[in-house]
Ligand binder design. Structure first.
Ligand code: PEP
Length: 226
């Protein structure tokens, strides 16, 4: 089981230090934290496994606002998210761009969590499977690639996929790619265990509930009993 925290654009360096002092990952579950770029070194120094929230496909160049895999590795960062729905919806990132980011990061020796998932209107139109197929097709096949199924309608909305909906999507994803699949979308201490108990749910990617060390630790402990 892998439980990953996506802090998005939350936590200063001082707040990151305070979290790391208050949070002890339980034994027996792999825990990853994805802080903002400015807190990466602070979190690495605390001895946790740290991923970035995004990584560019070029080694270096005129890409204002972007960060390369080598820059992350120099800080001791172990991997990166790519293709989060907020990157796709708010910043226009594409399936192909996401795949290029993943390919370069893997080639540079980072691990990758690639996010996929349908929007509300895509689900209502019965397009969930075709969206997942389209998003997964260009991703590299690599043993260090993990997929996160994050239905956009469940992210930050408090609207969690039912365990049955998550299981159905995870099974479909696994029919297309041989990779562990995390569930993400309003995972909280009180719903984590039933989601993580599904046979094709291999962990969780947690946004809001990962910002508090006690609530994130409770979700990590739920992975131990699932
Ligand atoms: C996320 O941002 O990846 C996420 C799953 O957010 P939340 O848990 O807040 O829905």
């Amino acid at each position: 089981m892998l439980i990953a925290a996506n802090w998005k654009m939350f936590k200063t360096r001082a707040e990151t230090r305070a979290f790391c002092e208050a949070f002890t990952p339980p034994e027996g579950v792999e825990v990853v934290i994805c802080p903002p770029f400015t807190s990466l070194d602070v979190a690495v120094e605390a001895g946790l496994t740290i991923f970035a929230q995004n990584v560019h496909w070029a080694e270096e160049g005129a890409y204002t606002g972007e960060i390369s895999a080598a820059m992350l590795k120099e800080l001791g960062v172990a991997g990166s998210l790519v293709g989060h729905s907020e990157r796709r919806q708010l910043f226009g990132e594409t399936d192909e761009g996401t795949a290029r980011r993943a390919e370069h990061a893997l080639a540079a020796g980072l691990r990758v969590i690639a996010c996929v998932g349908e929007t509300d209107s895509e689900r209502e139109a019965g397009a969930t499977e075709s969206v997942l197929r389209r998003q997964l097709a260009p991703l590299p096949r690599d043993p260090r690639l993990v997929v996160a199924y994050e239905p956009a309608w469940a992210i930050g909305t408090g609207k969690t996929a039912t365990p049955a909906i998550a299981q159905e999507a995870h099974a479909y994803i696994k029919s297309l790619i041989d990779a562990p699949v995390l569930y993400g979308g309003s995972v909280k201490p009180d719903n984590a265990a039933e989601l993580l108990a599904q046979p094709d749910v291999d962990g969780a990617l947690v946004g809001g509930a990962s910002l508090d060390p006690d609530s994130f630790a409770a979700i990590c402990r739920a992975a131990l009993i699932s």
